[in-house]
Design a protein around this ligand. Structure first.
Ligand SMILES: C[S@@+](CC[C@H](N)C(=O)[O-])C[C@H]1O[C@@H](n2cnc3c(N)ncnc32)[C@H](O)[C@@H]1O
Length: 213
């Protein structure tokens, strides 16, 4: 299998925002409960992204703060207790979803973005009870690689990837990076924890889709 995901140095021209979970939580209410949703919703809004295919849907926490602005298709091998109910849901792992998309049994031609947030990539974390972060079929990078294959297949204008580093994704270019410092009640961590929310834009004939907001 072709390896599509390799280490990538962040291009200095890409905006990198630094966000601390505790600053979001100070706002209280749903901001305190769903801080990652603030990061995701801000990015989606900034780039005018409203039609989403989330291939590691989980509980849909990412969309709590902007549900009414979005049309969401979720996919996950496990149907969880949703915090946000998607408009439609496909119970499948990413490999199955890719086969469905290749066979045109699943079509999504009018999407703005594919979102992928694989579990189990935090090396210095000791996972406790939270099944959603523990449960994985494949590896994080394989899941991202298959999300990319689906994105390529349907020419999704954007991909939003939550991972520990910026990956090089064929046919896509990182356009916005949010470095997110997080604290998780389900994880024991030994030192600084940060993750990256990286928004990639499709390259088409040398053109990179840009900020439309
Ligand atoms: C970190 S959670 C996603 C949380 C989600 N972003 C949210 O807002 O609730 C990762 C999800 O990936 C799912 N998963 C594990 N292996 C998978 C695979 N091979 N393909 C697709 N999803 C997978 C898990 O079931 C889990 O729900």
């Amino acid at each position: 299998m072709e390896c599509l995901a390799v280490k990538h140095e962040v291009n200095k021209l890409i905006p990198v925002e630094r966000v601390d979970q505790r600053d979001i939580q100070k706002r209280g209410g749903d901001y305190a409960k769903y801080p990652s949703s603030y990061v995701v919703c801000s990015l989606l809004k900034k780039y005018n992204i409203t039609r989403i295919l989330d291939v590691t849907y989980g509980e849909g926490r990412f969309y709590k703060l902007c549900r009414s602005d979005l049309r969401i298709t979720g996919s996950d091998p496990v149907r969880r207790d949703w915090v946000v109910k998607p408009d439609s849901f496909i119970q499948a792992d990413i490999f199955h979803l890719y086969r469905l998309a290749s066979a045109e049994q699943f079509t999504a031609t009018d999407l703005d973005a594919i979102v992928v947030d694989p579990p189990k990539w935090t090396r210095n974390a000791r996972y406790k009870v939270h099944d959603m972060l523990n449960y994985i079929i494949g590896t994080p990078e394989l899941i991202i690689e298959y999300a990319l294959k689906i994105a390529q297949l349907i020419h999704a204008p954007y991909m939003l990837v939550h991972y520990k580093r910026v990956l090089q994704l064929n046919g896509y270019k990182p356009v916005h990076v949010v470095e997110y410092r997080w604290y998780h009640r389900y994880l024991r961590v030994s030192d600084n924890n940060h993750s990256l929310f990286v928004l990639y834009s499709i390259r088409q004939r040398g053109i990179v889709y840009g900020y439309r907001g």
